[in-house]
Design a binder for this molecule. Structure first.
Ligand code: PGA
Length: 326
């Protein structure tokens, strides 16, 4: 084994650099790591001082790694992977009873993921669960950086390098304010809907991507009135009469009419989509992640979601003894 040079940097500094590079932002990295932004800046600066070269280029509007930064990042990611492997080997030794489960889910999944995690966590009280909630683009970035055990999203990226298991229907529905002239009308043609103004999620959202695909497939180019960064903001804008939105039915509670919203009866809707649990094909799952996957698979994926759009589920079953095959 080669002798180690005297290491003067810390794991926390590497983690800060990785989070800033992946999010292309100090602010987002600070949010993700639950640290103050100046702390992150100092950690990255100290790391750069250690190597004697700048690691990030912050001259443009986006933060990008320099060539030296890319080298440090590549090594940092290898170190993180080794540590994740070690974590897994130690978890194997302890079985499924203890350990950690890191999940990253898209923002729209926040309406039902806690309902899944609740019974799972009750069944395995000693398992520590961390849930990161971001929009699709950022969840995909986490997936590419191999930052978590499992990822929940509606639009998994294509490719053989991923395994995506569908587990629940995710109908997308057109939503309008309750006093909208189209409210209560039956069989509205899509072309009529396309004459309305739309409130869309931000670029990078999977919901937005699915809406754009739908319009493209129907040769439509509707007017976009507003772009907003969360489902709740979109719902408020729709209720205020600012336009129509296409949203996952999971974002609407059974009480949505009380919030001033109604689902329009438009031909071709709901757009049928699914929720998937995604992971890199090469990643060996920890016993805990396997148990969670098993639990998620026990959810019925057929039929329309029930009234409150909460996934029907059974209590987690004891995980299969054999490793792999998930
Ligand atoms: P998002 O989620 O619109 O919150 O990004 C949907 C998805 O990407 O699956």
């Amino acid at each position: 084994m080669r002798t180690l040079p005297r290491v003067r940097f810390t794991f926390a500094q590497l983690r800060a650099l990785e989070a800033v590079a992946r999010n292309a932002s100090f602010t987002r990295a600070a949010e993700e790591l639950h640290l103050a932004q100046p702390t992150i800046s100092i950690q990255v600066k100290e790391l750069a001082d250690c190597f004697g070269v700048p690691l990030l280029d912050v001259s443009g509007r986006r933060v990008r790694p320099t060539q030296a930064g890319a080298e440090v990042l590549a090594t940092a990611r290898r170190v993180f992977e080794e540590i994740a492997d070690l974590d897994m080997r130690l978890a194997e030794l302890q079985g499924v009873r203890r350990g950690r489960l890191r999940i990253a889910a898209v923002t729209t999944a926040e309406y039902f993921i806690p309902d899944l995690l609740g019974p799972f966590a009750r069944h395995y009280p000693e398992i520590e669960v961390t849930l990161a909630v971001e929009n699709r683009d950022r969840v995909v970035a986490r997936l590419e950086a191999n930052a978590d055990d499992l990822y929940v999203m509606m639009m998994p990226p294509a490719g053989d390098h991923l395994v995506a298991v569908p587990f629940l229907e995710n109908p997308l529905v057109p939503v309008a304010d309750i006093d909208h002239p189209l409210a209560g009308k039956e069989g509205i043609p899509v072309a009529r809907l396309a004459r309305e103004r739309f409130v869309l999620r931000e670029a990078g959202s999977g919901t937005r991507m699915a809406c754009e695909e739908f319009f493209r497939e129907h040769g439509l180019n509707p007017e976009v009135k507003l772009e907003l960064g969360s489902n709740e903001a979109v719902k408020h804008a729709v209720a205020a009469g600012l336009g129509i939105a296409i949203l996952s039915a999971h974002t609407l509670g059974i009480q949505h009419e009380q919030a001033g919203l109604t689902v329009l009866d438009v031909r071709g809707f709901p757009i049928k989509r699914y929720w998937y649990v995604v992971r890199p094909a090469e990643r060996v799952l920890t016993p805990v992640a396997r148990a969670f996957l098993e639990f998620v698979r026990s959810i019925e994926t057929s039929g329309e979601p029930q009234g409150d759009h909460t996934p029907r589920r059974r209590e987690p079953r004891a995980p299969r003894a054999a490793a792999g095959g998930t």
